[in-house]
Design a protein around this ligand. Structure first.
Ligand code: MCN
Length: 780
């Protein structure tokens, strides 16, 4: 057996998926299954005067129509899991169906359950809702104005909470040689996994068991929340996450539709399915980012940064989503200093309710926003003092780890300067600067962008998570069952949905036991089979669930070794284990294979006295700290002055994500994250009209990145094992979205430098870039 950790093994899960044999939520078909559809509000803010359902109920095949009044006593509002202690949060929980008032366009007001999907959609047309329109506010800054419409009477000025971390003494700014200040807008974006959301509920009236298959990144969190909302014991609710076509953070949130189909299945005593259409996804699945960040940076003329002070006005949408409060506070605030040794830092957030779809996590969740503001500020500061942005980074990058930032985060491992040096060399920064100089002489707009990002991942140590408002633990559970034949099944409480842990976790176990990868199966996403787990997000699965897996495997090897020593008739210390073979140290030909011991452990007639049979191991791993992946990303863009088009010519990234289990999967994660990060920088934006209508509610209007817009990504890794988990791995799932937006914007602003452009808000569409060039060159 050769070692498989670190090898670019092809994903074990792919043959099933690419040959069409996956089982996604919509593939689940149960006898007698009914279909649910949601009537959604066309208004962003309106009183509901009456809902007429009689005509819909008359349609043949319609089994039931539910309104908010019908369900308000049967399903409790869905509570947010992240409440941010010590702040004045007024939570407005999602309610299953609006009762008296709708607060965003797309909010569900009624549910139809019918014999077929078509009938269920037709019936929606027959429901007539009488509304009385109310004034609308969609922008968070506008929502804070004195005269702004108020969404909730008990939420003055629409302020859901104010929050602050860190403190910068005023004198630092007063006495600083240089102070720069910039308003930066993280526009609203919408995660678009290939598979939209969906749920199938099946109820057994005899036993009272309710099973819900649904698109969730964290089935156990969904189980706790839906059991509470439906008023049934957790033990009577089974949540299964089948194959999933991505989540990207949008399937962390606990929504209301799953609880509604659960209720319908219980009441009608027939299985009920609901699957979201794409347009419905745009309207009703959580949106993300939407933060207006004003950052001030104090520094010296020779490029040393003394303090950073960020104020974030975050649009929460109409309700507090599951992690709605956590994203713009903790996730953002703890990372405002980025990868730099900055003595003072302060982050303030105002969370604001508006008449828009609730916002929640999207790949990176708060960290892309934090990274964007610090990386843009470094370039703005560099421009102000006339220094190369690379030099400013070199002056301020963390010099040595472990390092504790001004917010108390402990950066765990790695060489920040070495990583930057590697990226600069890979792109030939010196040569590139010369090329840019020449290009500028010929009127070509070549720009270079850089980011030396860091992010907090591997959520996380429960003690810290609890203290900062996460309403649960953030440890993870993995267990390993060795079957009598020596084949192995891995179970984990994390719930991957495209990331590839079916392969990487098998690689870990294959190496631990010295068995072939083909002998290992991977199971996740079923609350009945798997002990409590906290799910997949925050690039936590490998560091936390992988840590648990490693410990569980070691426990099994320990026990197997005792059995081997017993069978070989020697003391334990005389047995060594390598590559799947237990052997006597001085007599290596005296041996037992892992497979043989698996049989012995189960065929228990000859076990050591007092030893329990079977070979299973489990660990509930609560890591001592977060992990901090970081890296240096540099890109080259060329702007066409006639059209404003931005062409991405090169993208080099060097990432340190600790020990890498599978470099091919790791690279895939980098590519995917970059596509989304670059998508945010250049194309994606969720746009509302003043009336609260989502104008970018289809793929005709919402510009998704396309493969042809990207050059080959030049990706490489440096591996500095993290000391906070037994695998030494840091998370990689979010590096691209965290790094890329600032890299691209820094590059485009650099390209536009000859026109005196200092900043432009994302996305950098051709129109915006063209106007920046022409309005300035026209002297406007
Ligand atoms: N990996 C590795 N070596 C490391 C770190 C990770 O080989 N040092 C591998 C892992 O074992 C896993 C993959 O890379 O196969 C990602 O692992 P990890 O960084 O632990 O992240 P998670 O599995 O926790 O995934 C979460 C992260 C997030 S937060 C979002 S959002 C996201 C993402 O990953 N959503 C995704 N990647 C996605 N990829 C797909 N295809 N679909 C999504 O919805």
């Amino acid at each position: 057996m050769t070692q498989v950790i670190g090898k670019p093994i092809k994903r074990k899960e792919d043959p099933k998926l690419i040959t069409g044999h996956g089982q996604f939520t919509d593939d689940i078909k149960l006898p007698g299954m009914l279909f649910a559809t949601m009537k959604r509000s066309r208004y962003a803010h309106a009183k509901i005067k009456r809902i007429h359902t009689a005509e819909a109920l008359k349609l043949p095949g319609v089994m039931a129509v539910y309104t908010g009044k019908d369900v308000q006593d049967k399903i409790k509002p869905i509570r947010s899991i992240w409440l941010v202690p010590g702040c004045n949060l007024i939570p407005k929980d999602r309610i299953p169906l609006a009762v008296d008032k709708v607060n965003y366009a797309g909010e569900a007001v009624a549910m139809v359950v019918a014999e077929s999907r078509y009938i269920a959609y037709d019936a929606l047309e027959l429901i007539d809702v009488e509304y009385e329109e109310l004034p609308v506010v969609v922008d968070q800054e506008a929502a804070l104005a004195e005269a702004a419409p108020v969404i909730y009477d008990d939420v003055p000025k629409n302020i859901a909470f104010t929050w602050k971390a860190g403190d910068v003494p005023e004198e630092v700014f007063i006495n600083a040689e240089v102070v720069v200040k910039q308003r930066l807008v993280e526009q609203r974006v919408i995660a678009n996994p290939m598979e939209t959301r969906g749920a199938v509920a099946s109820y057994n009236p005899g036993s009272g068991d309710l099973t819900i298959w649904c698109t969730t990144q964290n089935p156990h969190i969904h189980r706790i929340t839906y059991a509470d909302a439906l008023g049934i014991p957790e033990t009577k609710l089974r949540i299964i996450a089948p194959d999933m076509g991505g989540g990207f953070g949008a399937k962390i949130a606990v929504y209301t539709e799953e609880a509604l189909v659960g209720l319908a299945a219980m009441q009608l005593k027939q299985p009920v399915k609901w699957v979201e259409g794409r347009q419905e996804h745009f309207l009703a699945t959580s949106h993300a980012r939407d933060q207006v960040i004003t950052t001030e940076l104090a520094g010296t003329k020779d490029g040393k940064i003394l303090a950073i002070r960020a104020k974030n006005i975050a649009n929460l949408g109409a309700y507090l989503s599951t992690m709605g409060a956590g994203v713009p506070t903790i996730d953002f605030g703890l990372m405002v200093t980025g990868a730099y040794d900055i003595p003072y830092a302060q982050a303030e957030t105002i969370g604001v309710y508006t008449n828009t779809t609730p916002t929640d996590a999207y790949r990176g969740a708060g960290k892309p926003e934090a990274s964007f503001q610090i990386e843009r500020m470094i370039n703005i500061f560099a421009d102000k003092i006339g220094m190369d942005p690379v030099e400013v980074r070199k002056k301020n990058l963390v010099a040595k780890v472990p390092y504790t930032n001004a917010m108390g985060c402990n950066y765990d491992s790695g060489d920040y300067h070495g990583t930057l040096a590697k990226a600069l060399e890979a792109i030939d920064y010196v040569g590139l600067k010369k090329e840019q100089e020449e290009a500028r002489k010929n009127g070509r707009l070549l720009g270079i962008g850089i980011s030396t990002y860091v992010e907090l991942c591997g959520l996380g140590p429960s003690k810290v998570a609890g203290a900062i408002g996460f309403g649960g633990g953030l440890w993870e559970n993995s267990s390993i069952r060795v079957h009598p034949s020596g084949k192995v099944t891995i179970f984990t409480g994390a719930s991957p949905h495209g990331q590839g842990e079916g392969t990487t976790f098998a690689q870990v176990v294959a190496d631990k036991f010295g068995i072939p990868l083909e002998d290992i199966e991977f199971v996740s996403g079923d609350t009945l089979i798997i002990s409590m787990g906290w799910g997949t997000y925050g690039s936590r699965t490998t560091p936390v669930a992988g840590g648990a897996l490693s410990i569980a495997a070691d426990r099994i090897v320990e026990k197997a070794k005792i059995i081997a020593a017993h069978e070989l008739g020697v003391p334990l210390e005389d047995v060594e284990f390598a590559k799947g073979i237990f052997s006597i140290k001085e007599q290596p030909d005296q041996q037992r294979t892992f497979k043989e011991i698996a049989w012995s452990a189960n065929n228990a007639w000859n076990l050591p006295d007092g030893m329990e049979p079977a070979l299973e191991g489990q660990s509930f791993f609560d890591p001592p700290d977060f992990v901090y992946p970081f890296g240096a990303h540099i890109c080259v863009v060329e702007v066409d002055p006639d059209t404003g088009m931005v062409e991405l010519k090169r993208y080099v990234c060097v990432d340190d994500v600790g020990r890498i289990i599978n470099p091919m999967i790791a690279e895939g994660q980098v590519h995917g994250g970059l596509a989304q990060g670059i998508g945010q920088a250049l194309w994606e934006q969720s746009v509302y009209s003043d009336k609260g209508q989502l104008l970018s509610g289809t793929f005709m209007d919402y510009a998704m990145p396309k493969a042809r817009f990207f050059p080959m990504i030049e990706s490489s890794f440096i591996e500095s094992p993290s000391p906070v988990n037994p695998l030494g791995a840091k998370g990689i799932g979010e590096t691209g979205t965290t790094a890329a937006p600032s890299v691209i914007v820094n590059a485009v602003i650099d390209a536009l430098a000859p026109y005196g452009v200092k900043d432009l808000p994302m996305p950098l569409t051709p129109e915006k870039v063209w106007k920046a060039i022409h309005e300035r060159s026209d002297g406007q």
